[in-house]
Design a protein around this ligand. Structure first.
Ligand code: ATP
Ligand code: MG
Length: 385
């Protein structure tokens, strides 16, 4: 068939649904978004309300997918019953519950940080004995952007941290804490890739990620064949074990060239936004291609690219657009401190050119709002040249 037409319903109505919609409009694929909070069906760009309730939206969709993993299980079950939902509800549930995620990684024999599950104070004591200190404690449900986490360095902190963890556990009968060994990594990288309905896998180059206060601030595509191979094997083990369809992201710790999976995201991922300008086919198009049963597009990198997150700011100087290869993506959200408001994709023909572009951007942007760029700012003398 020469033209594709499909109606896709996305669970979640944030920036990821918005960017999916923008990416597949040329393919005649129409995206509607389900706002999980209000239960309205909304337009992913304008947020205009198009309908109410999930049942009718499921009936009129050809395919259903999700842009985030914290979705009520009754909503997921309803979507699964329609037979139209991709990747799988199992994958979404694993992404939203660190206990399921950890056992999935173990079953797929993919290296990850040693851990224990805590429901009671006795479990906490046992975890300290088996996992050891220092450790990172994470709520099993609902964590994102580093929220719902504690760092335990010494036993003396245990009582105070337990007070907070106990409060968290008591908020829902399904809640628990996952205690993980602290991994002394050199850096964090992630692999975004897609698996099609026929089981074909295509992955993008790894991205090196910098977090500031637990939130991703800078992501740069890297070209490191040995690490790429290792990451791809782990990606395939996870994706195959889930019979996954769509885009999946794996976050890793790099410890002396050995990768450990930190977590999986069963969706398009912030560390894959660079693909909009840096890859032949972006992650948003590839996700929708996969869930619609279409062939995947090439994931090849076309030029060195980096992505800078815009957090808590609703404007940046227009002079950024005067740079040779600088692209701004706003999400149309109301300004709130720390909120992901948009991102900047920056490219160069060579790595050196990208580095120089990054320095230009660092000199233009307010460095208090973009602390990750501080170390790139040229000295005063250089600025005057
Ligand atoms: P996001 O959804 O933004 O990816 P999150 O809230 O799901 O974040 P994690 O990715 O698990 O949380 O952790 C946030 C950050 O905390 C990681 O990117 C890493 O920098 C650090 N971190 C998490 N687990 C560990 C660990 N076991 N050892 C050392 N650092 C860790
Ligand atoms: Mg993470």
């Amino acid at each position: 068939m020469a033209s594709t037409t499909a109606q896709v319903l996305v669970l979640g109505s944030g920036q990821l649904a918005r960017m999916m919609s923008l990416a597949v409009a040329p393919l005649n694929i129409d995206i509607k978004a389900f706002d999980v909070g209000s239960e309205n069906i909304v337009h992913p760009l304008t947020q205009a309300v198009l309908g109410h309730g999930l049942v009718d939206a499921i009936a009129s969709a050809d395919v259903i997918t999700a842009e985030f993993e914290h979705i009520p299980h009754d909503v997921l079950d309803l979507c699964e019953q329609s037979g139209k939902f991709y990747p799988t509800t199992k994958a979404i549930k694993a992404g939203g519950d660190r206990r399921i995620e950890k056992s999935l990684l173990d079953d797929a024999k993919v290296k990850n940080a040693p851990y224990a599950i805590i429901n009671t104070r006795e479990d906490f004591d046992a975890a300290v004995a088996t996992v050891g200190l220092p450790m990172v404690l994470k709520s099993a449900l609902g964590g994102y952007d580093g929220k719902g986490q504690w760092r335990l360095k010494e036993r003396a902190q245990m009582d105070a941290i337990w007070q907070e963890m106990q409060q968290c556990i008591s908020e829902s009968p399904a809640q628990a804490i996952v205690a993980e060994a602290f991994i002394p990594f050199q850096r964090e990288v992630s692999l975004v890739g897609a698996r099609s309905t026929t089981g074909e896998v295509k992955v993008y180059p790894l991205a090196e990620n910098v977090h500031t206060d637990g939130v991703l601030t800078l992501s740069t595509a890297i070209d490191e064949p040995q690490l790429q191979l290792q990451a791809k094997q782990m990606f395939e083990a996870v994706a195959d074990s889930l019979d996954y369809v769509g885009v999946l992201a794996l976050e890793f710790f790099d410890v002396d060239g050995q990768l450990l999976v930190n977590e999986i995201a069963p969706r398009v991922h912030n560390s894959g936004h660079w693909t909009q300008q840096g890859a032949i086919t972006c992650q948003f198009e590839n996700h929708i291609r996969a869930v619609c049963g279409l062939p995947l597009g090439s994931t090849e990198c076309i030029r060195p690219t980096a992505m800078i997150n815009i957090l808590g700011e609703d404007s940046v100087p227009n002079s950024l657009l005067a740079l040779a290869d600088c692209h701004i993506h706003w999400y149309g959200k109301e300004k709130r401190a720390g909120r992901k408001m948009g991102h900047i994709n920056l490219c160069g023909q060579t790595k050196a050119e990208l580095d120089s572009q990054l320095k230009h951007v660092a000199a233009i942007l307010d460095n208090d709002a973009f602390p990750v760029l501080k170390h790139l700012i040229p000295t005063k003398a250089m600025k005057m040249v």
